[in-house]
Design a protein around this ligand. Structure first.
Ligand SMILES: Cc1cc2nc3c(=O)[nH]c(=O)nc-3n(C[C@H](O)[C@H](O)[C@H](O)COP(=O)(O)OP(=O)(O)OC[C@H]3O[C@@H](n4cnc5c(N)ncnc54)[C@H](O)[C@@H]3O)c2cc1C
Length: 365
């Protein structure tokens, strides 16, 4: 008999929540990470409402600000501000959030090994799940992944200013193929810019500009860090036999928003269902997990590609539609998880999203 039912490699949001769910369901789980926690990860730390509601427990102990206001601009012009009827996102610091999630996995019964690099092919486990992020090697070692495109982002922390509390600042097209952000935390602000991989050399200058445009001293920035954003394509293989990849290891970052925690939490839940079926003898492989990702995550990813193309090719038209109050109502519902993907919108909201879809199709053509 194998020593473990499931071995999870990597203890970010994807790995820890998968380990938590599996252990809670009674599986014998090992979760191993090369880092020792608490450890940080370059990230805005914004947990959208839809991501938070996927979790089987509250993240309140590590929430530092609750955002219900969006302050948006297009290349720092045509600014508009909208207040949502309920929280849009919960601001966390990854150094605290990830430690909290891994502690939850341990409390649920998973065996936690920190500071450990494991060989996925040598693990004594019936099921192996790669959750080692965008720079991990498990996907390759398991013969999974492939065909992943990358975006790039650069972030830093600056001193806190009360005027940003409760607000998510997003400057669309601050960088080609992406945006800049200012996210409030309890004692600092996180600032960043992210976009297409080709924009890498411009990130430093664009981050300075973002700060200056918002009256933030760029020289006050500390902890400057760059990182990649992995985006899967249709051919990316997510499961084979009793192995699978989840979260960033599977390239599940949203191509437009650059968010990946919703996808990390959802892929963890989907792989858990597939793994429990295998352990109970109801299925032979984890391949139904890949089909579930295509059903549950791909429609949102496809909408993300569409919005990205629309803003790259026709930024003024796409932005004019995005700033309509009705579009914000749809966005609000998407961010909170009241809509699983844009195609579920109804009435005027559906009309506005369809127009953005038409701009995206024109951009693709
Ligand atoms: C600058 C930036 C800003 C972002 N902002 C947001 C945001 O505000 N909101 C949002 O939702 N998403 C954001 N994202 C995306 C988000 O950070 C990722 O999608 C998310 O971290 C994915 O979680 P994960 O668990 O898949 O991978 P990770 O968080 O990368 O965790 C992977 C883990 O695997 C471990 N590991 C790596 N190699 C090995 C190995 N060989 N053996 C064992 N362990 C290993 C690592 O130490 C790490 O702990 C941002 C990304 C960037 C780059």
């Amino acid at each position: 008999m194998a020593a473990y039912d499931v071995a999870v490699i990597g203890a970010g949001p994807a790995g820890s929540t998968a380990a938590y769910r599996l252990a809670r369901a009674g599986a014998r789980v090992l979760i191993a990470d090369k880092a020792t926690f608490p450890r940080d990860k370059p990230c805005g730390g914004g947990v959208t409402g839809r991501a938070a509601r996927l979790l089987p427990f509250s993240i309140d102990p590590v929430v530092e600000d609750v955002v219900d206001r969006l302050d948006c601009s297009l290349r720092y012009r045509r600014r508009f501000s909208r207040r949502a009827r309920a929280p849009l996102a919960f601001m966390t610091q990854r150094v605290r959030l990830d430690h909290f999630l891994l502690t939850k996995a341990g409390e649920a019964g998973a065996e936690v090994r920190e500071g450990t690099t494991v060989d996925p092919l040598e693990l004594d486990a019936r099921i192996v799940i790669g959750a080692d992020g965008c720079n991990g090697t498990s996907a390759k070692e398991l013969g999974l992944g492939g065909g992943i495109l990358h975006g790039v982002a650069l972030e830093a922390n600056v001193p806190h200013e009360a005027r940003f509390a409760g607000t998510m600042v997003v400057d669309i097209a601050a960088i080609f193929g992406g945006y800049g952000w200012v996210f409030p935390k309890s004692d600092h602000l996180n600032v960043g810019v992210g976009g297409n991989e080709s924009e890498g050399p411009k990130l430093r200058a664009e981050l300075r500009r973002l700060c200056e445009e918002h009256g933030i001293d760029p020289d006050s920035a500390t902890g400057l860090r760059g990182y990649r954003l992995p985006m899967r394509r249709a051919e990316t293989k997510l499961a084979r036999g009793t192995t699978a990849v989840i979260g960033d290891a599977a390239g599940l970052v949203d191509p437009f928003s650059g968010d990946g925690m919703y996808e990390a939490f959802l892929s963890a839940a989907l792989v858990t269902d597939a793994a429990l079926d295998v352990l109970a003898g109801r299925a032979q492989t984890l391949e139904p997990y890949e089909a579930a990702v295509i059903r549950r995550i791909a429609p949102l990813t496809n909408a993300g590609w569409g919005a990205k193309r629309a803003f790259e090719r026709f930024p003024t038209a796409a932005y004019a539609l995005a700033r309509l109050p009705v579009t914000f109502h749809a966005l609000e519902k998407l961010l909170r998880g009241d809509l699983a993907h844009p195609a579920q919108a109804r009435g005027l909201e559906k009309g506005a999203l369809r127009l953005i879809g038409a701009v995206a199709r024109a951009a693709a053509a």
